[in-house]
Design a protein around this ligand. Structure first.
Ligand code: IVH
Length: 670
């Protein structure tokens, strides 16, 4: 190809990839497979790399994110980012309606739309290209998070069409979908990292990360809800948003023009229920005057517009008594405060315990034992205490304070800079940390040794083992003489420990319990370094060079292997014959061709086989397991709790969905 042809090909690929991003992330209607998409993206990346003169910061290749680590620049907002005044009752909504009627003294229309519960963003577009993305900050100025925002696929880098203003701003909400939130928290739980309390915190935390590559992996989404500029297409807010949709922005599908208060109430009633089926969190409805000139007539107070209000949905809440606070020490030494409550019914379950997260939250609540507290479960996993009913305080109980010393080993706790959690630093002899590490080592995703908490407690407390290496050397004959243990159970454990020597290298890496090295990170490390020796001798640059490994993880790995005690344990594990390198897997042996040519997506939870088993079964029967739904998907094997957005997409594409039994009967296993 000559330069002219290369330039044309680059432009063609950019246009195609922009269209596919739009089809996939905005319309949820992909027309090519993920594989095909990746192939085109790769071609573009290679052409751009070889021909740097055609670089364009709006190219779809720029969404992957680089590893450059720089603090955010502060940028002043052209139009201040105000908040909305909140209302909680229909009366207050009626008051708003009356105020608007009186001030305008002419007919007007309202737009009702959902209030998305994420983090707000201001996007500036110049000549159709995303120029800058800035957080709300203090309303006057915010952080320039453009590099991170570019990784969000539903935000256009280059607008479609030609009739957009030369310079304008779009405001909207960046969100973490429930499905992604749940996945990330599951992973964090596995790694004993603090959980995100809700998708809002997760989204704003993610947007502030210094590593856009990690941001890209967190799969954020965005809905845009307001256009600002000197020359807008229309005087109607909703028409401007419809235009924005034509240019490629994702706007809410739930927007409705209302002319009367009754229509507004009907919208509130409907969405208070229907919002529970949405893929993202919402916490209310925003009611806006549609006409921009009427908006200007109504004007602003110091804090919020007079032309709009937010109606907030009632969070599901209960009131109960705080009996005590306990402090739990986890495998990593992190100390978690837990509130013990009088049992209370809350949206369908009985709640007895609630998370208090950290010291700052305890202090801000000014909690006292015996207080009547409000517990909420806003869709989050763990119920949380959101306030104290001070009026119901008869006797002032003891003030709840975060402990200073480890409740298990009495070592003074430490709080690392920039972290909210306290840790017990005595990792080598604090019993719950040792037992936690042992239990983690036994785990199904780790060495898969048959035995739970009770086995670990017995082995540890009776001095059979003090660390994971001891497992491979202790005398099982002595164990068989322990109460309630016979020769048979001791032998079973011995066999299971023996079998664990064959667990893959990546499982062993995860099992070691290095801080921040979860299942996914362990796998990435295993693929990148292939052997324990290579990993142990890797320097920081080499570690950070691995996809998704940042400063924090790299430092943790370095400090793990720098510790003499850890190296000694690792060397003993090598002597006992554990897997210290990656074994290339043989493809699954063919059983039948019944699934030949079928791309199958697995989603949800199953009861007859595990997900991993189903992946193998699909290969054995000639099919291909793919991770995301596209027009190339032939079939979805759906277990329980298949995600609502997946279901919607599958239905839109007309893809066949089978449950576990239907699938097993298709391949003749039922
Ligand atoms: S309009 C001048 N529309 O709610 C105010 N805001 O409390 C323009 N929000 O900071 C905001 N959904 O982050 C608007 N459909 C929606 C919204 C929405 C969520 C957030 C936004 C804003 C906050 C106001």
């Amino acid at each position: 190809m000559n330069k002219e042809e290369i330039k044309n090909r680059i432009e063609e690929l950019r246009k195609e990839l922009n269209d596919h991003n739009y089809n996939y992330y905005v319309l949820s209607m992909p027309v090519i497979s993920d594989f095909e998409f990746d192939r085109k993206l790769k071609e573009l990346q290679e052409l751009e790399k070889a021909n740097p003169e055609f670089f364009d910061s709006s190219s779809p290749s720029q969404r992957v994110g680089s590893d450059i680590n720089k603090a955010f620049k502060q940028v002043a907002h052209v139009y201040p980012m105000l908040s909305l005044s909140n209302t909680y009752s229909y009366e207050e909504v009626a008051d708003f309606y009356q105020r608007v009627t009186k001030t305008l003294n002419e007919p007007f229309e309202l737009i009702c739309e959902l209030k998305y519960d994420g983090t707000s963003i201001s996007l500036t577009y110049e000549d159709g290209k995303l120029l800058r993305a800035v957080t709300r900050g203090d309303g006057e100025k915010g952080d320039d998070v453009t590099a991170n925002v570019k990784t969000i696929r539903s935000i256009p880098l280059q607008l479609r069409g030609t009739d957009y203003p030369a310079l304008f701003e779009m405001r909207g909400e960046i969100l973490m979908p429930w499905e992604v939130f749940d996945d990330i928290n599951r992973e964090r739980e596995l790694n004993e990292e603090p959980l995100f309390a809700n998708p809002r915190n997760a989204a704003s935390g993610t947007l502030k990360l210094q590593n856009p590559a990690v941001v890209a992996s967190r799969k954020l989404d965005a809905y845009l809800y307001y256009m600002l500029g000197e020359t807008l297409p229309s005087d109607s807010h909703i028409e401007n948003l419809h235009k924005a949709a034509e240019w490629g922005f994702k706007i809410s599908p739930a927007m409705q023009k209302c002319s009367t208060l009754e229509e507004v109430y009907a919208f509130l009633n409907k969405w208070d229920i229907d919002r529970k089926n949405l893929p993202v969190a919402t916490d209310g409805v925003v009611i806006k005057v549609d006409s921009i000139s009427q908006q200007q007539q109504l004007g602003y107070t110091a804090k919020s517009p007079r032309w709009a209000i937010a109606y907030k949905f009632q969070a599901e809440q209960a009131e109960t008594r705080l009996n005590s606070v306990s402090f739990q020490v986890g495998r990593t030494g992190a100390v978690t405060p837990v509130a013990n409550l009088d049992p209370v019914q809350l949206s369908g379950t009985v709640v007895k315990r609630a998370s208090l997260h950290n010291e700052d939250i305890i202090n801000s609540l000014d909690l006292h034992i015996g207080d009547m507290v409000y517990v909420e479960k806003g869709g989050e996993i763990i119920p949380k205490i959101t306030g104290v009913n001070v009026a119901a305080r008869l006797l002032l109980g003891e003030k709840v304070r975060f402990i200073q010393c480890c409740p298990e080993c009495n070592t003074k706790l430490v709080r690392y800079e920039g972290e909210a959690a306290y840790y017990c630093p005595n990792d080598s002899s604090c019993p719950p940390q040792i037992k936690g590490r042992l239990e983690h080592f036994f785990g199904r995703n780790a060495m898969n040794i048959a035995g739970g908490t009770a086995t670990v407690d017995l082995l540890y407390e009776n001095g059979f083992i003090a660390n994971v290496a001891d497992l491979y050397a202790f005398d099982t004959k002595l164990l068989s003489r322990m109460p309630r243990w016979g020769e048979k159970s001791a032998n079973n454990l011995k066999k299971s420990i023996e079998d664990s020597k064959q667990a893959p290298f990546e499982n062993l890496l995860f099992a070691l319990g290095i801080r921040f090295v979860g299942k996914t990170v362990a796998k990435k490390l295993a693929v990148a370094f292939k052997t324990m020796d290579a990993l142990m001798t890797a320097n920081k640059e080499e570690l950070i060079g691995v996809d998704e490994i940042g400063d924090r993880i790299a430092d943790s790995i370095l400090s793990y292997f720098a510790d003499e005690k850890n190296r000694e344990i690792v060397e003993r594990l090598r002597e006992y014959g554990l897997q210290f390198s990656v074994v290339e897997e043989e493809p699954e042996a063919r059983v039948s061709d019944i699934l030949e040519g079928k791309n199958i997506v697995i989603s949800g939870k199953f009861s007859k086989h595990s997900r991993d088993d189903y992946k193998k079964i699909i290969e054995q029967y000639g099919g291909t397991n793919t991770s995301s739904i596209s027009s190339k998907t032939s079939l979805i094997l759906a277990g329980e709790n298949m995600g609502p957005s997946k279901l919607e997409k599958a239905k839109a594409l007309g893809i066949e969905i089978m449950n576990e039994d239907q699938f097993l009967s298709l391949i003749g296993q039922l």
